[in-house]
Design a protein around this ligand. Structure first.
Ligand code: SF4
Length: 346
């Protein structure tokens, strides 16, 4: 009986599996190269019996891309359907000379953030590690087919779902994606974004050394709660303290993501409080103009308002970047992901 996705296993997991099932460990590289690169290797190096035996435990099927939307700015949004008919979206974003793939980690999301389209649909289920890896494989193969010279895309875990709410599967997916014998995306080429889900954060010591991003959006608990309800249980001080206690490697970064919302979180008082919290810390602030979606109660600030707030922060010696919004016309920008029929299909 097929029980699990074959893309949920690292090379070491495969070695253990082969050992436990009295299959020769020497065959593992042929099996995994066949799985990820060229199925002909199986026929050359593995017996039909062995192939069938492994496939009786693991599914090698990838999910299906059911729809691709193209933005005017070169961003692509992929609607991906799993074996049970549930769907998520993954986004391919051009950034300088390299692409970044934004992956989903859950179908829907339980966090219910008020600025996010995904949060309005609730949590349907966690994705298996192999389903997270498979999104990357599908999007990467599509990209390489279109642009054979493209470099292996970076990864951000910023699609549907709170990644640390699906800790075990996301951790395993990162290990598979990072495994040089399987896919080989570097740890610093991956960034995981969290709203500060403390039960997951408390286990980050055992996590791969990728980059992290915290969705902060306000330095004040009462205001942040309006945007991120889970802040009631996991307030800002506790979340930042947990990051402070983590040991970051030299080139490992924490980004503070800060949504810019008109008439809410862009005053001198906010800049002052942010400076108090982050002065002299090794962080970069990423300012993200709010991306409206149907029914949203917040408004996006004007260009001038964004520049004024950025200046305030720079005067207070914070390292600040304004994130250019990508894929807004196909609802592929931050906080806009939810299966919908509103954008232009390819
Ligand atoms: S912003 Fe992230 S954590 Fe919040 S509802 Fe949306 S997907 Fe979930």
């Amino acid at each position: 009986m097929t029980t699990s996705s074959a893309y949920s296993l690292t090379q070491d997991d495969w070695k253990n599996y082969f050992k436990q099932n009295s299959l020769s460990e020497n065959l593992v590289p042929y099996w995994t190269d066949g799985l990820y690169k060229n199925r002909d290797l199986w026929r050359k190096h593995l017996s039909e019996n062995n192939i069938n035996f492994i496939q009786s435990h693991f599914s090698i099927e990838l999910p299906r891309i059911t729809r691709i939307l193209e933005s005017n700015d070169g961003t692509y949004k992929f609607q991906i359907s799993f074996h049970d008919g549930l769907e998520v979206e993954s986004v391919l974003i051009p950034f300088h000379k390299r692409y970044t793939v934004c992956l989903s980690t859950q179908v829907g999301c339980a966090m219910n953030c008020s600025f996010c389209f995904t949060g309005t649909q609730g949590l349907k289920r966690n994705l298996e590690a192999g389903e997270i890896v498979a999104q990357y494989l599908l999007v990467k193969d599509w990209l390489l087919n279109k642009h054979p010279q493209a470099i292996l895309p970076n990864i951000v875990f910023m699609g549907q779902g709170e990644p640390l709410h699906n800790f075990v599967n996301v951790k395993k997916a990162i290990e598979v994606l990072n495994d040089p014998q399987l896919i080989g995306v570097g740890q610093r080429q991956m960034t995981l974004s969290t709203v500060g889900y403390l039960p997951g954060m408390h286990n980050l010591a055992s996590f791969p050394k990728i980059n992290f991003a915290l969705s902060l959006h306000s330095p004040f608990d009462d205001e942040r709660q309006l945007l991120i309800p889970v802040n009631q249980r996991y307030p800002i001080d506790q979340v930042l303290e947990t990051f402070d206690q983590m040991s970051f490697l030299k080139r490992q970064f924490l980004t503070i993501e800060y949504l810019l919302i008109r008439n809410l979180n862009m005053t001198e008082r906010h800049a002052e409080a942010l400076s108090e919290r982050f002065m002299n810390k090794k962080i970069i602030m990423n300012l993200i103009p709010f991306n409206p979606f149907p029914g949203a109660k917040w408004e996006r600030p004007s260009h001038a308002e964004i520049e004024d707030f950025k200046k305030l922060l720079v005067q207070k010696k914070l390292r600040v970047m304004v994130r250019t919004t990508k894929g807004e016309d196909i609802l592929a920008a931050c906080g806009q992901l939810k299966i919908n029929q509103m954008a232009r299909a390819l």
